[in-house]
Design a protein around this ligand. Structure first.
Ligand code: SAH
Ligand code: SF4
Ligand code: F3S
Length: 471
């Protein structure tokens, strides 16, 4: 256990006492049927994993869940701060709760997560959103029982956005959203301070969960029948980076791939600076490790990468990709990319396009630069107008679309082992995902959901391919 970041056991015990107190209060206030909670998580899978712990705590306190805020006795928004747009959505959705709260004054409204961790946002919520009862940040989310107790019993607003280096809390109950796909955080926080990014400010310092604790969690999930495990961290390649090699990420991935059972393991996100050939060797060594590498490059231009504080250059990135393809010719590579970083010129942006052409990504998450208060890039000179950036963005997405179309066209006639994830929109059609993260739809029986099947691709489109069930 990483003692520096662990929360004292006495504090966790105190929260368990609050859980019991809330349980008692709720059972007397809701004698006929249990209260309902609506929990919505924005942002990355790491936040989703946090949300599953918050749901776990709520379930222990006696809440059941609903998918509509109107029917809820407690609404919890677990927010994201990565781009301005993400924050605007939360402000909008929180504002929409005001009339509901008017009709149901006893409803508790709580906001937490990366957005509320920022003092300026907490201040705005305090001032302009008086109907929000609880606001808490990422470092104190294990105190949810105490916060709910306060709101239920004192009626006072609770605002706790204490900043800290972060913590690791083990042993919290987890109510997972999926029954065959699971998120497993292996580390929290980030030390990279990419100049555009808010995450290090709202998530604290990088810290890794204990090797054996992670291994045990994955083993248990596999035993319970989970088919896809995704290991999560902002930079999984620096997992346990201060410990000997046998405890670092390649070793963890290898150990997980050696667990008995029918499952695949994925991981995200890999930072190119810390991605090693050894990691790619481990990937290539096991059929249990999905042949999918999410390796964000952000920009194809060295000057921009330097300004972004990414600590790798185009050459190093392409070397890693070449090595990865040489080991795993079928590898699917995806990435994140930012268009219009402050001061980026069109010529520099073209380096991003040429890198995309070289790597031939399966898909890309594409973002227009969004200034985040408090980050270094927020104050950088940014002369290119938004409309111009919009045109570059379109150029990029058009290019990626043509690459994706060619990639999926090459899948025609081939068979893939896929995990069936659910129903598609069309009647009787199922939606599945290949190891490489391509969606395949095919006609099949719903009993197949949650299992691995083989599907032959018959009709590839750009972002989805259609296929035929082969067993
Ligand atoms: N830790 C991961 C990224 C997490 S954030 C990594 O380093 O790769 C997910 C993505 O959001 C980033 O990769 C980046 O492309 C994008 N992003 C982060 N901050 C942004 C900002 N201020 N404006 C636009 N996109 C941003
Ligand atoms: Fe943000 Fe960079 Fe950390 Fe990723 S590595 S979370 S982009 S600061
Ligand atoms: Fe958003 Fe926080 Fe994740 S800012 S992307 S939810 S770490």
């Amino acid at each position: 256990m990483n003692d520096k970041f662990s929360v004292p056991e006495a504090e966790l015990a105190r929260q368990r006492e609050y859980t019991e107190l809330v349980r008692t209060v709720l059972s007397s206030r809701f004698p006929d049927k249990p209260p309902k909670a609506f929990v919505h998580t924005y942002g990355c899978q790491g936040n989703v994993a946090d949300g599953e712990r918050l749901q776990g705590i709520l379930a222990e306190m006696g809440y059941e869940f609903t998918d509509s805020p109107e029917k809820a006795d407690l609404v919890l928004y677990n927010t994201c701060a990565i781009r301005e747009h993400a924050e605007d959505r939360v402000f909008g959705n929180a504002g929409a709760l005001k009339p509901i709260k008017k009709l149901k004054p006893d409803m508790i409204i709580a906001l937490c997560g990366c957005m509320t961790q920022q003092a300026s946002v907490a201040e705005r919520l305090k001032r302009s959103f008086p109907f929000v009862d609880i606001v808490f940040g990422t470092h104190v989310s294990y105190k949810l029982p105490e916060f709910i107790y306060c709101a239920l019993c004192t009626g006072k607003r609770v605002i706790d956005v204490t900043d800290s280096e972060g913590n690791i809390v083990e042993g919290l109950p987890i109510k997972r959203d999926g029954t065959f796909k699971a998120w497993v955080p292996i580390m929290y926080g980030c030390n990279n301070f990419c100049s555009y990014c808010i995450v290090p400010y709202v998530r604290g310092r990088e810290r890794s969960r204990d090797f054996d604790t992670v291994l045990d969690e994955v083993r248990e999930l596999v035993q319970r029948g989970y088919k896809e495990i995704t290991l999560l961290g902002q930079n999984v390649n620096s997992y346990n980076k201060d410990l000997p090699e046998e405890k670092r990420f390649p070793a963890l991935l290898k150990a997980i791939s050696e667990i008995d059972g029918d499952f695949i393991v994925r991981f995200m996100t890999s930072h190119p600076r810390d991605c090693t050939k050894e990691l790619l060797d481990v990937m290539a060594s096991s059929d249990k490790i999905a042949k999918h590498l999410h390796l964000p490059f952000q920009s194809g231009n060295d000057r921009v990468l330097k300004e972004m504080n990414r600590h790798y250059d185009r050459k190093k990135y392409l070397e890693l990709i070449d090595y990865a393809y040489s080991l795993m010719p079928e590898l699917s590579v995806t990435s994140d990319v930012i268009v219009g970083f402050p001061g980026e010129t069109y010529e520099e942006f073209r380096d991003t396009l040429s890198l995309i052409e070289k790597v031939k990504y399966t898909s890309l998450f594409t973002f227009i630069f969004s200034p985040r208060p408090g980050t270094k890039a927020y104050d950088m000179y940014d002369p290119v107008p938004r409309e111009e950036k919009g045109r570059w963005f379109k150029e990029l997405t058009d290019l990626q679309e043509s690459i994706a179309r060619k990639r999926t066209a090459a899948m025609k006639g081939r068979s893939y082992r896929v995990l069936v994830e659910g129903r598609s929109k069309a009647d009787g059609v199922l939606s599945a995902r290949t190891e490489g993260n391509v969606i395949i739809e095919f006609k099949g029986d719903e009993s197949l959901i949650g299992s691995f099947v083989t599907v032959e691709v018959t009709e590839p489109k750009t972002w989805v391919v259609y296929g035929e069930y082969k067993g």
